[in-house]
Design a protein around this ligand. Structure first.
Ligand code: CAO
Length: 479
């Protein structure tokens, strides 16, 4: 009986080998079919759009991020289909879970809106057993993403040398406040980056202090930059077979977004910035790019104008651009047809010294209409305008729900909440927007199914203290 079984197994093994050989031979005979485009890429899929798997399917991310900059990056990668495993400190987790809490006992919106579509595992990265689990995760994953304070990852023992030796294919992606230089060891938050990246000095009104913007260009902006670096490194790895370090410094990210102001800095040495209202008002320029209020940053002058009900509604405003090609239409609309031929108004250079007066005149017209009426009328004439939308209006805007830019998800503790879906739309990879995980929700699942720990090993890990909260966790809520 046993002999027959062994013989059967042998036959099976031999026939398996033969099949493999045949497959190999067939493949060798048909190289063109495999690389139809001549560059090694597969033939175009015949599956319906959106059903050929998500763009980053199969990419495994070891997510060591916290607060905002790093989590925005990994959330985007998760929306695009990557398996994002977020490592959090047992019992504590990402500090934002408890920051700015609106519902007692529930993860804050700060956390839930930045950590959707991820899995959460709790590991004490300084515990010997925790280190062992991390080593397995490093071997398993493609990318490690982190935004700790400078040096923190090394202090955990996760140096580049160690990671690269453990998994030469791993990409190690970091957000830091500053790149190499005098400030590289500094901790940085959003507004510090906005200030150091040249945004604050160029935002606000000339006669007021520097201003930070509501858009989180330091955090979420840098997260976006890092995501681009990661997918690019993944693409390069296809050729080189090895990982690399990817660094997105927040100062650099903000400067990249504020580059038009560095453009203006250089233009200053060749004369005044004629599109700034300051020029028309006869106020001399200093040595650095000034704050330009609501002036347009491009070559077509614009300003924010009051609309109907501005006295009671703080958002009853519209951004109005006096784009040159539609100047005639603007003149007709606001009841100034004579400006079309008047040499003081007919050409863009003639208008530059009079922008203040021109916008005041247009405002007399916009004040008689709601911002949506102005939008509708102007769009009918191809005049570029944009209503100042409140967050309430954005939250309730049906078209943003339809496109998946604003998504409602359900959370087991807090219930339904709104989050921002993927702002980048891929026609063959619909965004995968799911709720954020509870702290450690997937710890056992990942240990068992991803890392292959046996039940016995799991039991040992559980009592080791590597994945569980310390006996008496601190009760104080973060500010
Ligand atoms: N297990 C054990 N320890 C852990 C852990 C885990 N799973 N996860 C984190 N820690 C530890 C770190 O090892 C570090 O310990 P040491 O300093 O003793 O080595 C500690 O937690 C805190 O890390 P941190 O210094 O990064 O956190 P912080 O709150 O003091 O600083 C921040 C926060 C954002 C200022 C800092 O991380 C930073 O500058 N990051 C880079 C720039 C950045 O991303 N800023 C954007 C923040 S959003 O506005």
């Amino acid at each position: 009986m046993a002999m027959r079984k062994r013989a059967k197994a042998k036959i099976k093994a031999v026939s398996k080998k033969t099949v493999k050989k045949v497959v190999k031979l067939k493949a060798a005979r048909k190289p063109v079919a495999k690389a139809a485009n001549g560059n090694g890429t597969p033939r175009p899929s015949s599956k319906p759009w959106g059903q050929a798997g998500l763009a980053l399917q199969g990419v495994k991310i070891l997510d060591f991020t916290h607060v905002q900059s790093g989590p925005t990056c990994t959330q985007l990668l998760a929306y695009m289909g990557a398996d994002v495993i977020k490592v959090e400190r047992p019992g504590v987790g990402d500090i934002t879970r408890t920051q700015l809490r609106d519902v007692k006992g529930a993860d804050s919106l700060y956390f839930t809106m930045l950590n959707g579509s991820k899995r959460s595992i709790t590991i004490d990265s300084k515990h010997p057993k925790g280190k062992e689990i991390l080593a397995r995760l490093i071997k398993h994953c493609d990318v490690l993403v982190e935004n700790f304070a400078p040096g923190a990852l090394d202090r955990m023992g996760l140096t580049w040398d160690y990671i690269h030796k453990t998994n030469p294919r791993m990409i190690v992606a970091s957000v830091k406040g500053f790149g190499p230089g005098p400030y590289e060891d500094c901790k940085v938050y959003e507004n510090i980056a906005q200030c150091a990246g040249g945004s604050a000095s160029t935002t606000g009104f000339r006669d007021g202090p520097p201003l930070v913007t509501g858009a989180q260009i330091g955090d979420s902006g840098t997260g976006l930059h890092l995501a681009l670096g990661i997918v690019t490194a993944l693409y390069q790895r296809v050729r080189t077979g090895r990982g690399q370090k990817v660094l997105a410094a927040m100062q650099d990210g903000v400067l990249n977004l504020a580059r038009v102001k560095l453009r203006d800095q250089q233009r200053l040495s060749h004369g005044p910035l004629t599109e700034y209202s300051q020029y028309g008002e006869g106020i001399p320029f200093g040595k650095a790019t000034p704050r330009a209020g609501n002036d347009s940053g491009g070559g077509q002058p614009g300003w924010i104008l009051k609309c109907k009900d501005w006295e009671t509604d703080p958002d009853a405003y519209i951004y109005f651009i006096t784009q040159a090609p539609v100047w005639g239409a603007i003149c007709d609309l606001i009841g100034k047809p004579e400006w079309k031929t008047d040499p003081d108004f007919a050409t863009p250079p003639a208008r530059l010294p009079r922008l203040r007066m021109i916008f005041d005149t247009i405002e007399e017209w916009t004040k008689t209409k709601t911002k949506f009426e102005v939008m509708e009328i102007c769009n009918g004439h191809d005049i570029p305008v944009g209503p100042i939308l409140s967050m309430k209006e954005i939250a309730e805007e049906p078209s943003l729900r339809t496109t998946g830019t604003v998504v409602e998800v359900d959370h087991p503790v807090r219930g339904k909440y709104l989050t921002v879906g993927n702002p980048v739309k891929l026609s063959d990879s619909p965004a995968d927007v799911r709720r954020s995980p509870l702290l450690g929700e997937h710890t056992e699942e990942i240990l068992r199914k991803v890392l292959g720990y046996s039940e016995k090993e799991l039991a040992e890990i559980k009592v080791s203290g590597a994945i569980t909260a310390p006996e008496k966790p601190a009760k104080a809520e973060a500010a």
